[in-house]
Write a protein that binds this ligand. Structure first.
Ligand SMILES: CC(C)(COP(=O)(O)OP(=O)(O)OC[C@H]1O[C@@H](n2cnc3c(N)ncnc32)[C@H](O)[C@@H]1OP(=O)(O)O)[C@@H](O)C(=O)NCCC(=O)NCCS
Length: 336
C-alpha cells in the first residue's frame, strides 16, 4: 500500500476518489441520513468547517485508490488533538488496510505535534467495531435524531409556538439567510461561545469566537454550496438572546442540517430555544418547500435541548460516540 499526501485544493481527482469511497460506504457507515455531497466533502477537505488546516492522504494499491484519511488540525484551540476521518473502500475492508492507515495517521498526527486523535462514529457501524478493536477510548456520546417534516400533525407547530410565546414576553424574532449581517457578527460570536455550555468531550477546549471568525465560517458555508438560515430572538434591549441555524445542501434539498441552537445565559428559561426552532420550521416550509427531513445531533446528557427536539418530533435516536486514541501508543495495547 502506497500512502501519499495530497493538496485538496490542487488535486480534485484525489478528492473525488476519496469522496467515491465515502459514498460507497455511506449506506452502512452513516445509515439513515444523506451522505455529504461532492461539494461539501471537497470543501471539508480543503478548508474544514471552520478554516482549520487539514492534512490529507490517499492510499493506493497498484494504482487503485483503496482509501485514505484526512486530519483536521485545529489551530486556535484544541491544538493538542487532531480529528480523523479514515476511509477504506467497502470491497477492501477487513484485510488490514484500516489498521495500517490508522498507524500512518497516528504517526503523522504525532509528527504534527498532536497527542490525541479523535473520531466520531455511529454506534453499530464497521467504524465502531474498528475503534473498539484499535483500543480507542470512548468519550462524548451524542445522539443523531431525525425530524420527518411530512409527519408533523396539522396545527402542531402553532400549538408549540403559542406554548413558547406564553413565556417569551418582550422578545421579537428576526431572521436572515446567508452571511451574518454586520451588526450581528459580534453577538453571533457570543452565541457560538454560549455553545460552550453544551456537553463536550473530556479535555476539549471550547471555541473562542470573534466577529471575523463568524464571517469566515459564513464564507466557508457558502463555498460548500450550503444555504444557511439563521433565526434569532431579540430582547427588548436589542440584545441577541437566542439563535438557531439550519443549512441545506444544494445537492440534497430534502435534508436540513441543524447547526447551533443557543440561548444566551441571561435569557434562559423563556422557551426561546423552542420558539426559534418552531419559527425556523415555519419559515422553511416557505423557503425550502422540498425539505422533508431535518437531522440534529445532541449530547446524550443535554436534557434541555433533547426535550425541545423531542417535543418538535425529532425521533429515531442513533448513538454517535467520539473515540480518542493517543498518537503514541504503548506497543502492547495499540493498533496492530
Ligand atoms: C473503519 C474502517 C476504516 C476499517 O477499515 P478496515 O480496512 O476494514 O480495517 P481492518 O481490516 O484493519 O480491521 C481491523 C480490525 O477492526 C475490527 N473491525 C473492522 N471492521 C469490522 C467490522 N465490520 N465488524 C467487526 N469488526 C471489525 C476487526 O477486529 C478487524 O480485525 P479482523 O479483521 O482481523 O477481525 C472502515 O470500515 C471504514 O472505512 N469505515 C467508514 C469510516 C469510519 O468509520 N472510519 C473509522 C473512524 S475514522
Amino acid at each position: 500500500m502506497d500512502v501519499q499526501r495530497f493538496e485538496a485544493a490542487a488535486d480534485p481527482a484525489a478528492v473525488r476518489a476519496l469522496h467515491e469511497i465515502y459514498r460507497a460506504g455511506a449506506p452502512v457507515d452513516e445509515p439513515g441520513g444523506p451522505p455529504m455531497s461532492a461539494a461539501v466533502f471537497s470543501g471539508l477537505l480543503v478548508r474544514g468547517w471552520c478554516a482549520e488546516p487539514r492534512d490529507n492522504w490517499l492510499a493506493r494499491d497498484g494504482g487503485t485508490v483503496l482509501g485514505g484519511y484526512s486530519l483536521e488540525l485545529p489551530d486556535r484551540e484544541n491544538r493538542d488533538r487532531a480529528a480523523l476521518m479514515l476511509l477504506v473502500a467497502p470491497e477492501r475492508r477487513r484485510s488490514g488496510a484500516g489498521s495500517a492507515l490508522l498507524r500512518h495517521a497516528l504517526a503523522r498526527a504525532d509528527e504534527l505535534g498532536r497527542g490525541t486523535v479523535t473520531s466520531e462514529v455511529l454506534d453499530g457501524t464497521p467504524g465502531d467495531a474498528f475503534a473498539r478493536a484499535m483500543g480507542a477510548r470512548a468519550d462524548l456520546v451524542e445522539n443523531r435524531r431525525t425530524l420527518d417534516l411530512t409527519a408533523i400533525p396539522d396545527g402542531q407547530l402553532a400549538r408549540l409556538r403559542a406554548a413558547a410565546l406564553a413565556h417569551a414576553d418582550g422578545y421579537t424574532l428576526t431572521s436572515w439567510d446567508g452571511p451574518t449581517p454586520d451588526q450581528w457578527r459580534e453577538p453571533v460570536a457570543r452565541m457560538n461561545e454560549a455553545m460552550a455550555d453544551a456537553p463536550r468531550g473530556a479535555g476539549e477546549q471550547p471555541q473562542v469566537w470573534t466577529a471575523d471568525r463568524v464571517a469566515e465560517a459564513d464564507r466557508l458555508s457558502l463555498e460548500k454550496g450550503l444555504r444557511r438560515y439563521s433565526l434569532a430572538a431579540v430582547a427588548a434591549t436589542g440584545e441577541l438572546a437566542a439563535l438557531t441555524q439550519l443549512s441545506v445542501e444544494e445537492a440534497e434539498p430534502a435534508w436540513g442540517h441543524q447547526e447551533m441552537t443557543a440561548v444566551a445565559r441571561a435569557h434562559r428559561g423563556h422557551r426561546l430555544g423552542l420558539l426559534t426552532k418552531v419559527a425556523m420550521l415555519e419559515w422553511m416550509a416557505d423557503r425550502e418547500p422540498r425539505l422533508e427531513y431535518v437531522e440534529t445531533w445532541n449530547g446524550e446528557d443535554n436534557a434541555h435541548m433533547v426535550a425541545i427536539n423531542v417535543a418538535l418530533g425529532f425521533a429515531k435516536p442513533h448513538r454517535v460516540t467520539a473515540w480518542l486514541l493517543p498518537t503514541r501508543v504503548p506497543a502492547a495495547s495499540g493498533p496492530r
